[in-house]
Design a protein around this ligand. Sequence first.
Ligand code: 4NP
Length: 150
Amino acid sequence: MVCLGNICRSPMAEGIMRHLANERNMEIKVDSCGTASYHIGETPDSRAVSTLRTHGIDISALNARQLSRTDFDKFDLIFPMDRSNLNDVLSLAPDNEAANKVRMMTDFFRPDEYIPVPDPYYGGIDGFQNVYELLIDSCNAALDHIHDTH
Ligand code: 4NP
């Protein structure tokens, strides 16, 4: 899962995806990163941590890192959060095979529609709850897809 800073949306997506996969007894490798370098090494935004904590998910120990070309070899699916992230991810894809691994985070939940996971960084705590709800639906739909195709 990929966002801009890897301190709000994508670590939330990482925690939610891992939590939901565990509930389903699905063994998948889950990770997150940012397209930008601003927050490398930082733990997630306190609003992201507290939002997920109210839902029983702990992401307080994650550390931000930046997307790397090698991620295209390590993962089967890469989920950017919005169109800006999508363009940045695709610009790093080394070839068509790598580009074909990239799907918008909401794609399996709402196919054929552009639904971004909105950047909550400059807003209030409500934005983080909104991100949580969209990510729950999106991650469940992605896990349905992975379950059906692997
Ligand atoms: P994220 O949110 O991409 O969901 O981690 C942001 C975090 C930091 C900044 C922007 C968005 N920033 O400009 O520092």
